[in-house]
Design a protein around this ligand. Structure first.
Ligand SMILES: [Zn+2]
Ligand SMILES: [Zn+2]
Length: 138
């Protein structure tokens, strides 16, 4: 593949990524204001953190590419191109989530789970967990 061919090929792929970001992603967001709301919603519903939710989805996309490498074909009707569009789109979302999690006003949504019990770190204070006997002190 020449430099020119590679540039043309990847320009086409990036255009698809932008289209995906501007259409399908908005549909999934469940909100007009918070682009990353579905991650915080699902995290809340499943008792985990938004970045863990993202990790699960992202791994799914990477595994689809892994599977293509092993089998030489995709298992769905969509080609390998679509799998790369998905993976790149998810990288953009992961970047957004990480930047969001570092923002003091947004950080509360990203409140991580305690490593020693099933509750959020927010549920802990200087006496440990307020919901169980966990002794993690915050
Ligand atoms: Zn705890
Ligand atoms: Zn607890």
């Amino acid at each position: 593949m020449t430099f020119k061919q590679f540039d043309e090929l990847t320009n086409k792929l990036l255009e698809q990524v932008l289209t995906m970001r501007n259409t399908k992603g908005k549909e999934y967001a469940n909100s007009d204001l918070d682009r990353l709301k579905n991650f915080t919603d699902i995290a809340e519903e499943t008792g985990t953190s938004p970045l863990i939710v993202w990790q699960v989805y992202f791994k799914k996309h990477i595994r689809a590419i892994d599977s293509f490498i092993k089998r030489g074909e995709t298992l769905s009707n969509e080609g390998i191109e679509g799998r790369f569009v998905d993976a790149i789109t998810y990288l953009l979302l992961g970047y957004g989530l990480i930047i969001d999690a570092q923002s003091p006003t947004e950080a509360i949504k990203y409140n991580p789970m305690c490593a020693k019990c099933v509750h959020k770190l927010n549920d802990h204070n200087i006496n440990g967990c307020t919901k169980c006997s966990c002794t993690t002190i915050v």
